[in-house]
Ligand binder design. Sequence first.
Ligand code: SF4
Length: 523
Amino acid sequence: MSQTVETIKPSYPLFRDADYKESLGKKQEMFEERHPMAKIQETFEWTTTKEYQELNFARESLTVNPAKACQPLGAVLCALGFAKTLPYVHGSQGCVAYFRTYFNRHFKEPVSCVSDSMTEDAAVFGGQKNMFDGLANAKALYKPDMIAVSTTCMAEVIGDDLNAFINNTRKEGHIPDDYPVPFAHTPSFVGSHTTGWDNMFEGILRYFTLNTMEGKEVGSNGKLNIVPGFETYLGNYRVIHRMLGEMDVDYSFLCDPTEVLDTPADGEFRMYAGGTTMDEVKEAPNAIDTLFLQQWQSVKSKKFVKGTWKQPAAEVEIPMGLEWTDDFLMKVSELTGKPIPESLAKERGRLVDMMTDSHAWLHGKKFALYGDADFVMGMTKFLLELGAEPTHVLCHHANKRWKKAVEEMLTGSPYGVNGKVYTGADLWHMRSLVFTDKPDFLIGNSYGKFIQRDTLHKGKEFEVPLIRIGFPIFDRHHMHRDTTLGYEGAMYMLKTLVNAVLERLDEETRGMGTTDYNYDLIR
Ligand code: SF4
């Protein structure tokens, strides 16, 4: 074997060595019962046709390469945004291992989250006993100030009642009566990771404020509440902090996991770091208003804020791109009476300058995109502002109202008239779309790389390069630190898009003596 103590190789390039190729070949020949390569290629070609696309879109009971994750994953991210809070998932251990690795691979950070490991007996008799032991052990071992409980499919299928279980855990003396354990049912067979975030957030607001509303008065603390939603760009938390700081606004960031997801390597492991405190949540009903930065994904929490806190929860779209950042800042200014400072006006001017500089390269370029509802909405808006053309706009978990809103936005711009919007669709649908109506680029998370590979397999001229913006991004490092919100975020996205266009141009023009008359430096 080519692997020796002196030449340790990782799987790539090790599996390219002749002996591994031979052994893989034998495995395929002897055990895989593969179809002949010609048949595989013929089937591949068929899957790129319009005929296949129609069959693909007629598919009802199967999801292939979903553009979403499950509810408790969102609940875990939400719990991480609160100070000294341990995310606790009532259900199967394997699910929690998946959530942790998902976040580990995206954030390159350890993520603390426990499960009460329900197994066969709990599936039959209910998971109350697991919760008795689980909550007591989690509190004793990891010493959180609060444990935020969500559920996996298994607990939901058998109908475990979190409220009753947590109350019984207290009654039986496993945890003290006043120990904070907010909870949310997060059944994964409905909704997505963003629904789970919303459910957990509402659960935390409900736990700390529902029965203590007496004496609370909207506006009495003069603050503004900011709710990020399922936000995985750490730069987005930081840019909102910065902009509100520059405006001298007094605010509470309700849910902020930036510290715990970005701890320094200085020899000390921090299970908890930063986050919104319980006192801030208790005080939140006294704020002037609560602004939801991902309003399409925060339906339940927004309803709670309006119904229980009696705050207006003013409508703001995600502050992505130029106009919606303007709208956000103007709304903050209107609510707080603080003017927008010169520093932000200058930053805005720089963004406009960049948009003008790059316009010639982005004008008319076609983009297919997918991801979470608010991100896709904001990205579509920004593409239109840039004069780019969104062609296939896909959100797996969005509703009809969202679809209508995006369609209206597209038809309201000359760059959007050819755009089509898809909900309830996955990345296998997207694959068909980019084969039959090729865009110049695809924008989305790492899973789109399979679409890029498949389009390249058909031929270089069919290749649709993936621009990685979204969640999760596993196969590139540190992109979660970037910023997609505010003028700063728009600058980052503009830079990413235009340089992808220029990179592609270089790729297509570097043929020596053939295409290199356009392989120039004057761009
Ligand atoms: S979909 Fe259900 S079973 Fe699968 S990881 Fe999520 S909670 Fe667990």
